[in-house]
Write a protein that binds this ligand. Structure first.
Ligand SMILES: [Zn+2]
Length: 431
């Protein structure tokens, strides 16, 4: 019976004997207490290796009392479990030394079983707060942080000396670092594997950081968005790299420019007291951004602000056409906008840039300046259409980081956050 309990606790130490299992209140909580003793046999002294005392010819190692320690185990059926372990103490007659028996499942001077540490480690990979982990394992939050810190030495960034041939770079808000509110993140563009997270995104810091890599020449592509100035890294640290502007950000930039213009038109219609037209244009904005290939030309139905008894049933194409009827300027801009996005989707970079360079004069001034801004990233956008790399995987990773930050109510320590992000991505291998 007592041997079965050992099996259930997953302890294979043959020197451990279970004496009793009790249930008692501990710190106000009902707790299972397992009484056990640990008495390994020593034929010789581990310090001086004598088996017999040279003077008296008696056995060198003798038992010398016990030391009781309370070891926390993982809870059993939702009830906390502790082991009151009586560790045998020994005395050597030859060298006059004392020592205590040590068990494999708990480190010296430690009162938490390795089983609990394994559980904490597994939970640290999940997107949950440190406080929740502490309460699930019946340990203090300091213990959880200590386990987290113990994995730091296994961080792959400690021994990494090479960069991938496609490097994705981005930033995310961290609030943990003193020098910068934004943290820098980079990953392998082919596999999506995280490369590193840095506390600052400042250019000089990044240049200094990347200079320590010896294979900087092997970086062929640097994928980034248009918001940040990471393309300046290319001449300074990646001489062979080509810039790729993330293609989702190009589309986003175009969409945003068109939406700003539409909002302007809505305001204009309101000023002209055409509130009903303005409302229709406002509530159906999504349809104007829709790819023209996907517009349904045949199904008749009722639409928002074009309700059925008052209006006839319309197809999606007819409804969009009605919206564009409200303003000739909007219809014109709609044409230009869609020709541009279609050329971009077709990856026809010649057509795309030709259109951008010859924008008609009738276009709204703000809209034109906004989209002409893309011309300053010509090289990067052209590469985005030629090569298959984008920042999609990195953006997905950023979303996970955001979730982790939210459930943890922010991080005080940048290092802890970094370790947890690596744990979350299963990149810390402890061997
Ligand atoms: Zn000895």
């Amino acid at each position: 019976m007592l041997h079965t309990i050992k099996k259930m606790l997953r302890i294979i130490d043959k020197n451990l004997t279970i004496l009793a299992v009790l249930e008692q209140k501990m710190k106000g909580r009902q707790t299972f207490v397992i009484k056990a003793k640990l008495t390994p046999y020593f034929s010789h002294c581990p310090h001086c290796t004598y088996t017999k005392d040279p003077f008296t010819e008696k056995q060198a190692v003798v038992k010398n009392g016990t030391k009781i320690s309370r070891i926390r185990f993982d809870s059993f059926n939702h009830i906390p479990l502790v082991m009151e372990l009586a560790k045998q103490r020994y005395f050597c007659r030859a060298c006059m030394r004392h020592w205590t028996a040590q068990s494999y499942f708990v480190a010296p001077h430690c009162f938490i079983a390795k089983h609990v540490q394994t559980k904490i480690l597994a939970l640290l990979k999940e997107k949950i707060s440190l406080r929740l982990i502490a309460s699930l394992c019946h340990v203090s939050i300091t213990t959880v942080i200590r386990v987290l810190k113990s994995t730091e030495v296994y961080l792959p960034t400690r021994k990494q000396t090479y960069l991938p041939s496609v490097l994705m770079v981005d930033e995310f808000r961290s609030h943990t670092s003193l020098e910068d509110k934004m943290s820098f993140i980079c990953a392998n563009g082919k596999t999506g594997q995280l490369v590193d997270i840095l506390p600052s995104r400042k250019l000089n810091y990044l240049v200094h950081y990347f200079q320590k890599y010896s294979n900087r020449d092997c970086v062929q592509f640097l994928v980034t968005d248009m918001n940040a100035a990471y393309f300046q890294l290319i001449p300074r640290v990646f001489p062979q790299a080509k810039l790729i502007i993330d293609r989702f950000h190009v589309v986003q930039h175009l969409n945003r420019a068109f939406n700003t213009f539409r909002i302007k038109e809505v305001a204009r219609l309101r000023q002209e007291n055409k509130h009903h037209l303005a409302n229709r244009l406002k509530s159906n904005w999504r349809f104007l951004l829709k790819d023209r290939v996907n517009i349904n030309p045949s199904m008749y139905k009722t639409w928002r602000n074009f309700r059925a008894p008052k209006f006839p049933y319309l197809t999606e194409a007819m409804m969009i056409d009605r919206l564009l009827d409200f303003s000739p300027a909007l219809r014109f801009t709609y044409q230009v906008f869609h020709e541009l996005t279609e050329a971009f989707r077709r990856k026809d970079h010649e057509r795309f840039f030709e259109q951008l360079q010859t924008l008609p004069d009738q276009l709204d001034e703000t809209f034109r300046t906004t989209i002409s801004h893309l011309l300053s990233y010509k090289e990067g956008i052209r590469n985005a259409m030629i090569y298959p790399y984008s920042n999609g995987k990195l953006e997905a990773m950023n979303t996970h980081i955001k979730t982790l930050k939210r459930v943890s109510y922010g991080f005080k320590s940048f290092q802890n956050m970094k370790t947890r992000i690596f744990l979350m991505n299963d990149l810390i291998k402890m061997t």
